[in-house]
Design a protein around this ligand. Structure first.
Ligand SMILES: *Cc1c(COP(=O)(O)O)cnc(C)c1O
Length: 225
């Protein structure tokens, strides 16, 4: 099933790229392995998947250890990170997708041994249950990171509301794109902000149409597997 599912996802990515007149080389598909065990993750690695994500610190460390021989895998932490866990994980990952407070940024600055590629998480719709900055707080937050030499803001990340209509999805994703472009236009050396982490199993084609460069896909890979 994995092979068929991956093939189907790839076709959908190609189709969305075609629709938006974008190159599929600009899209990185991240496999979100939080719902499967080490063996299934290994199968993915053997199929050539090179970007893997977990939303929990302990699970990421466990998978990374189990997949140690696949040394070219890039590891993405996509979930909310508690400050007390920063020291355990920050030097084990390639990308962090959920930078959502100055206090967390301070802890990363203190614990990181090299510059960490981070996405600032944005709560576009302002839902109370969600992490992330409101749209109008993002630029001010990024300005505050100017002296944090361990943090590189590579882009912005969002999660669309679960039950959003197609039109709402387009709105949410295009708003994140607008914000990313605005920040990118400041030409801040520590915040190139060229990337957009948006789109999951249910909404990645829309996210790609609106400019996603990283899509985070779980369920659709493991359906029926
Ligand atoms: C679980 C998760 C995903 C993947 O969701 P699916 O609907 O299974 O594709 C993407 N992003 C984040 C932050 C997640 O926690």
């Amino acid at each position: 099933m994995l092979v068929e599912n991956l093939e189907k996802i790839n076709q959908e990515i190609l189709l969305a790229c075609k629709k938006a007149q974008r190159s599929n080389n600009d899209i990185t598909m991240i496999a979100v392995t939080k719902s499967v065990g080490n063996e299934t993750a290994k199968e993915l690695a053997e199929l050539g998947i090179e970007n893997m994500a977990e939303n929990r610190v302990d699970k990421l460390l466990e998978k990374k250890m189990a997949l140690e021989k696949f040394s070219s895998i890039k590891w993405h932490l996509i979930g909310n990170l508690q400050r007390r866990k920063v020291k355990l994980i920050i030097n084990e990952i390639d990308y962090f997708h959920a930078l959502d407070s100055l206090k967390l940024a301070e802890e990363i600055q203190k614990r990181a041994e090299k510059q960490i590629s981070c996405f600032v998480e944005v709560n576009i719709t302002g839902e109370e249950s969600k992490h992330g900055f409101k749209s109008d707080e993002v630029i001010e937050f990024i300005r505050q990171l100017a002296s944090f030499d361990k943090i590189k803001v590579v882009g912005l990340m969002t999660m669309a509301p679960l039950a959003a209509s197609d039109q709402e999805l387009h709105e949410v994703f295009s708003k994140l794109k607008e914000l990313q472009t605005a920040i990118n236009n400041y030409h801040l050396s520590y915040a190139p902000c060229t990337e957009l982490s948006m789109g999951m199993s249910n909404d990645f084609p829309v996210a790609i149409e609106e400019g996603a460069t990283f899509v985070r896909i779980g369920t659709a890979i493991f359906r029926g597997a």
